[in-house]
Design a protein around this ligand. Structure first.
Ligand SMILES: CC(C)(COP(=O)(O)OP(=O)(O)OC[C@H]1O[C@@H](n2cnc3c(N)ncnc32)[C@H](O)[C@@H]1OP(=O)(O)O)[C@@H](O)C(=O)NCCC(=O)NCCS
Length: 267
């Protein structure tokens, strides 16, 4: 007779996520807090929301905390990412959106791609900000340089099934061109896209003549995948559009920024 290949075992399985053990330690505190919320009948934001934001800020040693509906919502706000040489990505605020409307009227900033007019009103700018911050398929950042907003970048049209998206960039302050701001913004943006959002591919349309933008993207792993001949019309002529794509494996590993660099060296 052959030995039973599946012998009965008396060993208890180790629970993957032992919420009961966690609750046992803090149950009393939770029940008191739930009672307090029920008694106040304030179920959204209010005193409890404000207190949570304060406590989490204290815990992290930062000035402000912002409560969101879920961890996914928090990611979609484009959290602050500290870069080098005074460049950082941060969640855009209303003032930044007003700056964007002004930059649309700056020929030096829009010469390769945007119309040289804007139909923005105060209301439409507020509405755009709400639409973008509530969207689950795009992440927008303001680009800060020495703590001042100088541009925008983001990833849009995210397809969470194919883990694919489209990236874009604008430096509105043309007096700051050539300082490496776009290159640094792209480096930070792509690290977030690969190591935080977990996308597996992005693409980007750039005017072929826009060598600065192409180069900034290429330095962080973008490669040409196509060229649309005579695709856009500007100042009496037709111009080509460069189509680039990037993958996690084309990102230069020696340029991975904090905190992902430290995380990877720990693994
Ligand atoms: C194009 C743009 C993104 C470049 O921003 P920037 O902060 O000046 O770029 P950087 O200083 O990081 O330069 C990026 C690279 O391009 C090079 N570069 C910049 N401008 C260049 C130009 N006019 N011609 C050739 N190379 C240029 C830089 O030398 C650098 O390469 P290097 O590191 O190998 O020296 C910025 O000018 C911009 O936003 N323009 C308007 C909006 C726009 O066109 N957005 C892109 C739409 S797809």
């Amino acid at each position: 007779m052959s030995a039973n290949p599946h012998p009965a075992t008396t060993q208890e399985p180790v629970p993957q996520l032992d919420l009961a053990a966690q609750y046992a330690g803090i149950g009393d505190e939770i029940r008191v807090a739930v009672e307090r919320v029920l008694a106040s009948q304030q179920f959204v934001l209010g005193r409890e929301g404000a207190a949570f934001e304060q406590e989490i800020a204290q815990l992290c040693g930062v000035a402000h905390g912002i409560g969101t509906g879920s961890g996914t919502d928090a990611l979609m706000l484009g959290p602050r990412i500290e870069g080098e040489n005074g460049v950082a990505l941060r969640p855009p605020v209303l003032d930044d959106y007003h700056r964007y409307s002004k930059w649309m009227l700056e020929p030096g900033a829009t010469r390769f791609w945007a119309p040289r007019w804007t139909t923005d009103t105060t209301e439409s700018v507020v509405e755009r900000m709400h639409r973008q911050t509530e969207s689950r398929t795009q992440v927008n950042w303001a680009i800060a340089y020495d703590d001042e907003t100088v541009g925008f970048t983001g990833v849009f049209d995210i397809d969470w099934v194919r883990r694919d998206g489209v990236t874009g960039l604008l430096i509105g302050r043309i007096d700051l061109y050539g300082r490496g701001i776009a290159s640094e913004a792209v480096r930070l943006r792509m690290a977030f896209i690969w190591y935080q959002l977990g996308l597996r591919r992005t693409h980007n349309w750039i005017a072929h003549a826009n060598r600065g933008s192409r180069r900034a993207n290429e330095k962080s792993g973008y490669r040409q995948m196509g060229l649309f001949s005579k695709e856009y019309f500007r100042s009496g002529d037709w111009y080509d559009t460069w189509l680039g794509e990037a993958f996690p494996e084309t990102y230069p590993k020696e340029r991975i920024p904090s905190p992902w660099r430290e995380e990877m060296s720990r693994d």
